[in-house]
Design a protein around this ligand. Structure first.
Ligand code: AGP
Length: 613
């Protein structure tokens, strides 16, 4: 949560920072601010509200500096207000700091600083940081740039929690220091410019060469130079990584919203994720993984750990891995897994799924599994993201940048990647006949074309959205793998339309929740698993007889007169059916949100990347 951006180069920093902030607004948008190094010291312009409010501030036009830091906030400590907006400065206005993350021991640090004469203007945890840097800078009595670095290092070692920081000082008008711990931050580099950002897409239009910082590595930047240090302030060697994404991938390209664009990018995202890994004539090729038959045969349990939509992808993955590999799979929410003392040992394989690769709970769960002896495998959409750096092995979805807060193409790419992984494991285990494996592979290869066909339901969905957009409650039902789609459909609806919605295993409804069904309530059912369709239809009958309006998403023939609306989608094998069935539900959430006039890409209270626990 919160987006930070920085620039150090030869051009005016302010316009570059504003563009960066607007691209990072999906991470938080309750206030924004900028600080630059000007001839007469540090500037500071900040206010409550979106980046547009900051842009219209008259002070912004006066900023000429070529070094600056900026922030767009998602409030954690203290309500959205000018005082609580970033950047924050120390009392003497020597240091400006932007921060993404949470400082858990800020009370204790604030007390210590207050006892040493420091005053605080905000309710934020962040304000301790510039003051602490000032405290150490004065205490260490080293006024060189090394003293600046040392003060930042001493400050960071006193902090508990997570942080990505950019720090500038009026005493060092050519430098910026950046550091991260459990919060994302990348440094883009060109010959005489450095761009710093919470994510890669925000600065992709300037460079494709990035330095990726590990926890508690310090970067001391000049426009022409980037030096890196460990916590003992020994210089460390760092190479750049080149990113394949293009700058236009992070733009709307004619679509009204990123979410709609990303829904329509799903055929490409799936094709890119399949890449050259799947072919009928050879084994599934994951060169980056080194699993052996002996290792896989000895695994007693696989954990799949993730949050939100990524966890729903994990539920779909459980189905195919268990069926093909006959290894029990447990799917858990990262924030729960960590605190329930899970049984993990060297006979467990733990898979972590995260689009951003920066979700705090998922990273913490990964560290726990690793420390308990499990091998860890990360699935992410972002090369070099934190989970991929922590895990023993990493594989990637190639969905391209996902900007809308509501995840769409990352989800379907994760489901296909988990299917690929199941096939890869099964081929190593040699436990499935060739025709079974080839059928799955063929269906995977057919997905892009089938998703494109599914888009034909757009107008029917749009019309249905018009009918139900004023509803207060919507229910989603499904059995087996269809229930996992119901869960994801329900999450999509609530996060961008603010309609209360629940998903249920269709057979479970009559054990209590059916009491909520009354005349006119909308019930949306997913009927993709042929083996369960009769049973599911019986459950839908139960809600129809209590007055429910019904929408059914199915690839099978059924008596359409029975339901208010049937959306027919292309058929595929059950394992892959979530990828097809979710499309109408993504579109439904999108069109309901549009009908209500809401901000589809930046729904209230949410941020794309949840980097706090
Ligand atoms: C999905 O629409 C959500 N915005 C959210 O549930 C998301 O999937 C979750 O926060 C996990 O994010 P990650 O994949 O980046 O870890």
């Amino acid at each position: 949560m919160c987006g930070i951006v920085g620039y150090i180069g030869t051009k005016k920093a302010c316009p570059i920072l504003l563009v960066g902030l607007s691209r990072l607004e999906y991470r938080g948008y309750d206030s924004a601010g900028i600080s630059t190094i000007e001839k007469d010291g540090l500037s500071l312009v900040k206010d409550k509200g979106r980046v547009k409010v900051l842009e219209s501030n008259q002070e912004i036009e006066k900023l000429d500096g070529t070094i600056g830091i900026a922030h767009t906030r998602w409030a954690t400590h203290g309500k959205p207000s000018k005082e609580n907006s970033h950047p924050h400065q120390d009392n003497s206005k020597t240091f400006s700091v932007v921060h993404n993350g949470i400082i858990e021991n800020y009370h204790e640090l604030r007390n210590m600083l207050e006892q040493n004469g420091y005053n605080f203007l905000s309710q934020t945890d962040t304000e301790v940081i510039p003051n602490l840097i000032h405290y150490y800078f004065t205490k260490n009595q080293d006024s060189s740039v090394h003293g600046f670095l040392q003060a930042v290092r001493d400050c960071c070692l006193s902090l508990k929690g997570s942080f990505a920081l950019e720090i500038i000082s009026k005493l060092f008008p050519e430098n910026m220091i950046v550091v991260r711990k459990d919060s994302p931050l990348v440094i883009g580099t060109c010959e005489d410019e450095k761009y710093i950002s919470s994510d890669i897409p925000a600065i992709l239009s300037y460079t494709r060469d990035f330095y990726l910082l590990n926890d508690l590595e310090f970067a001391l930047l000049k426009n022409t130079e980037a030096k890196f240090y460990d916590t003992d302030l020994n210089e460390i060697d760092k190479r750049t990584s080149s990113i394949e994404w293009t700058a236009t991938a992070s733009e709307k390209n004619g679509y009204d919203d990123f979410m709609l664009k990303e829904i329509y990018e799903q055929p490409t995202a799936i094709r890119e994720t399949l890449g050259a890994k799947i072919s009928l004539n050879s084994k599934c090729n994951f060169d980056e993984l080194k699993f052996t038959k002996e290792y896989l045969s000895n695994i007693e349990k696989i954990y799949i750990i993730a949050c939100g939509t990524a966890m729903h992808a994990g539920l779909a993955g459980k189905n195919v891995i268990e069926k093909l590999c006959r290894i029990p799979v447990e799917v858990d929410i990262a924030s729960e897994f960590r605190y329930r003392d899970p049984i993990i040992n060297e006979k467990t394989l733990s898979i972590f799924i995260s689009q951003s690769g920066e979700t705090a709970d998922t990273i913490a769960a990964l560290k726990l599994a690793k420390a308990s002896g499990s091998k860890t495998l990360a699935i992410s959409n972002v090369i070099g993201s934190s989970i991929t750096r922590e895990a023993d092995y990493s594989i990637y979805t190639h969905a391209g940048p996902e900007i809308a807060v509501a995840s769409t193409k990352a989800y379907t790419s994760q489901v296909v990647l988990l299917n690929m992984l199941a096939v890869y494991f099964s081929e190593i285990l040699e436990n499935q006949p060739l025709d079974v494996i080839n059928k799955i592979k063929q269906e995977m290869l057919d997905l892009p074309k089938k998703i494109t066909k599914t888009f034909k339901c757009k107008n029917e969905i749009k019309a249905f959205a018009k009918k139900i957009y004023q509803e207060k409650d919507v229910f989603f039902l499904g059995r087996g793998i269809d229930e996992t789609v119901a869960k994801e459909g329900s999450l999509k609806l609530k996060e961008i339309s603010y309609i209360h919605s629940e998903s249920y295993a269709a057979g479970e409804l009559k054990h209590g929740s059916i009491a909520l069904i009354e005349n006119g309530v909308t019930v949306i059912s997913v009927l993709m698993d042929k083996a369960l369709i009769e049973k599911s239809i019986s459950n839908i009958q139960e809600v129809i007889s209590r007055g429910a309006k019904t929408l059914v998403v199915t690839s099978h023939d059924c008596d359409e007169n029975m339901f208010d609306k049937v959306i027919k989608v292309p058929d595929t094998i059950t394992y892959l059916s979530p990828i097809i069935a979710i499309i109408p539900l993504q579109l439904l959430a999108y069109y309901i949100s549009k009908e209500k006039g809401l901000d589809v890409d930046k729904p209230r209270n949410l941020a794309k990347s949840v980097t706090v626990e």
